[in-house]
Every structure is written in C-alpha cells, then in structure tokens.
Design a protein around this ligand. Structure first.
Ligand code: 13P
Length: 251
C-alpha cells in the first residue's frame, strides 16, 4: 500500500517567538515545492500562534510537542486538545522518549493522550523506541511491543489508521548515531507486525511509521527509501530550514 511520506520537525525547547516565526517562514520558502509529502513543524507551545501565522496559506502544517488528556481544569502547566486546535494545530507528538525519560510519561499516559487527541480530531504522532541497553540486552522487541500495544490500547482500527507512529531509538536521538537504514526498517516492520496483530494488515498497512534519530539531509534519502520507513521526525536538523528541506526533498 502506498503511504504518503510525512516529515515533521520537532523543535523541542528551542526558539523564542520571533526566532520561531523566522524559522517557520524559512521552512515555508524552502519546502514550497514539496507536493507529495506532508510537512509538519512542532514548535514550543508558546510559539504555536506565531508559527501558525507564519505558515498560513502554505503546505506546512502545525504540530504540538505534547498535550494533556483532560479537557480543562486544575492542571497547572498543562494544555488541552481544544486549546491546541484553537491555535491551528493538526498534529500532536505523544510519548516522546524525552517525556518518558525526564517527565514520567508512561504507556498509560501515552494512551490517554492518544485517545484525547483522536477524540478532538487531531492526529497523534505516537513515539516508541528502545534504549541502547534494551537493544543490547535483547529486550528491544518486548519494549517496542509493549509501547505500541500500550499506546494503542482500546483504540479502534478506524482511529488507529489516522495515527502516525514514530520509531525513535533513544540511542540515536541527538547523538549523531543514526540507525542504519536496515536497522530502522527492521524495527518498522516489527512495529507494523504488532499493529497487524491488533488491527489486521489493511489498517497496519495504512499507518505511517516515521523514523527519528539523527536524521539529516545526507542520510534521509536512504532511510526514506526503505519499504516501511514512511517519513521522519527530525530534531536538530529541523532547526535549520535548509537542512530540514533537504530531508523533505532529499537529493
Ligand atoms: P535528533 O534528530 O536531534 O536526533 O532528534 C530526534 C528526535 O528526538 C525527534 O523527535
């Protein structure tokens, strides 16, 4: 099944509002010719409005880096799906390994956030990935299976088909160590096999699986050429429009 590629920039905790607007404008200019790929930028919460304004009328979509599952109330520091929608967000990154590592994200909270995001009509980008220790001790498959099953628990096939999954091996994030295209594809095939068991091959075949971890213009082409690599979730290289564009349209 042909899956449209999706390249998303996760800006993490970088950019002030003016820097974000400038970067977004540069991205819009640099990727304007990319018709056959979905392009998303995910700035920090406080810069979503500035970036929404900067990408208006372009082929670039807006994403958030996290969300809270409750609709409103006494949850200091948190932001709801409706708040994100109101500023023009279409995508939400959920369960990033930095959230899991530093901020207590669990498969259960990933699941709640994914359900809330789908109920609000937003598209979740559900992140999974093993640490180096887990890979080297043979636990990788078990970790990917429990993160995928946990994240999608109780979600219907129709809703699952709308989701994006991001495979981000923790050891490749921000380290300059990219998974080889073969390692990435093997993991993606494995994740799709889990989704197949949950939802059948048609739905699993429709779900896009991005690779994330030191993806750059010079390795993007080979990674994106793999059978089950349907895009990228880009950290460092998303902070420079020309690098990001070089991943969106790799040479
Ligand atoms: P890097 O591209 O900087 O390795 O980050 C990947 C990532 O964590 C994207 O969410």
């Amino acid at each position: 099944m042909a899956r449209k590629k999706i390249i998303a920039g996760n800006w993490k905790m970088n950019t002030t509002a003016s820097e974000a607007a400038a970067l977004a404008k540069d991205v819009v200019g640099a990727v304007s010719g990319a018709a056959d790929v979905d392009v998303v930028v995910c700035p920090p919460y406080v810069n979503l409005s500035a970036v929404a304004e900067a990408i208006k009328g372009s082929n670039v979509k807006l994403g958030a880096q996290d969300v809270h599952w409750e609709a409103k109330g006494a949850f200091t520091g948190k932001v709801s799906c409706d708040m994100l929608k109101a500023v023009g967000v279409d995508y939400v990154i959920i369960g990033h390994s930095e959230q899991r590592q530093y901020f207590g994200e669990t498969n259960e909270t990933v699941n709640k956030k994914t359900k809330a995001t789908l109920a609000a009509g937003l598209i979740p980008i559900v992140c999974v990935g093993e640490t180096l220790e887990e890979r080297e001790s043979g636990k990788m498959d078990g970790v990917l299976e429990s993160q995928t099953k946990g994240g999608f628990d109780g979600i219907s096939a129709a809703d699952a088909a709308k989701c994006v999954v991001a495979y981000e091996p923790v050891w490749a994030i921000g380290t300059g160590k990219t998974a080889t295209s073969q390692q990435a594809n093997e993991a993606h095939i494995f994740i799709r096999s889990i989704l197949s068991k949950l939802y059948g091959t048609d739905t699993a075949g429709a779900i896009r699986i991005q690779y994330g971890g030191s993806m750059k213009p010079d390795n993007a082409k080979e990674l994106l050429a793999q059978s089950d690599v349907d895009g990228g979730l880009i950290g460092g290289a998303a902070l420079k429009a020309s690098d990001f564009a070089g991943i969106v349209q790799p040479k």
